[in-house]
Write a protein that binds this ligand. Sequence first.
Ligand SMILES: *Cc1c(COP(=O)(O)O)cnc(C)c1O
Length: 361
Amino acid sequence: MTRVYNFSAGPACLPEWVLKKAASEMLDAHNSGMSVMEMSHRSSEFKDIIDTCKARLKRLMNIPDEYEILFLQGGASLQFTMIPLNLEKHNVDLINTGQWTKKALKEHEKLGKVNVVASSAEDNFTYIPKIKQEDLSEDSDYVYICENNTIYGTKYKELPPHAGKLLVADLSSCILSERCDVSKYDLIFAGAQKNMGPAGLTVVIIKKDLIGLADEKTPSMLNYKTYADNDSMFNTPPTYAIYICGLVLEWLETQIGGLENMEKINRQKAKLLYDYIDASKLYSNPVVPEDRSYTNVPFVTGDKDLDTKFVQEAKEAGIVNIKGHRTVGGMRASIYNAMPLEGVEALIAFMRKFEEENYNA
Ligand SMILES: *Cc1c(COP(=O)(O)O)cnc(C)c1O
């Protein structure tokens, strides 16, 4: 068996500790004589799994009691619809920082009014537009951001001003990668497949007083209240995804020692890679340094054919899924929590060798 270094943006690599534990419990989980996949979601064994998962997330992220944690399906993308449906406030100030806010914009517009307060589109989303309170619309209900832009490799280091308005944030590709002051947000959501577990699970962390505002005609399955009232088990939840997410959270708590330690490791990984890229003659990262993501690092050689050769040869060297998003080209290294420091070191060693073989100054 050979494990590769998987730099995929999502579904992404999982900690080996998690995969081994899941493997060891595959035939008999929690002394049930069956795998978690085969368990009733109403069983006491599964209730323990989902309750523990929720409690660990609350502990790790220090989530205040005024917030509810919901386990949903439909990906981060369904939240582009569920958020405006549920907040029953349809007047949004959105900051456009790439593909994921554009997609959110398209869905929000079907239900209400969206004002794009700022956008970095004209510079191919290589920075995070900084806004002032007075840039916001007078009558908007919430400010919508994507905190880490998975495709373009940008990240908010400071949240935008939003006095008198709710703050709604897509944390799909940065949740659990660093400490997070949940009290600064009104609604956080994330698809699990980047940094929390497998695809199929979406986590929403929402202020409790924002639950139950949806119009009564809102379909039950699209109403946060349905999930809040039923411990996220109105219908069959994605049981196996919740179980693996629980193991990822257990790994974060017991093997890493919490988000402060995770943040240190992630900063170290990102610094190593950006420092190498900035010092190299062949590679470059287009993002303004202060807005660079810690989890998604795009880079190019400036020559499309050479980029293709890089991706090909990297694969042969056990460095996979390093191709950049089709809208950006080049390469992208997603270095979420589960990518170990050794993986980033192996990538840099490969980049150095490739540069020596292919670049003549
Ligand atoms: C991947 C991603 C999404 C889309 O997630 P799905 O679960 O595929 O719907 C949305 N926002 C961000 C920031 C992402 O990285």
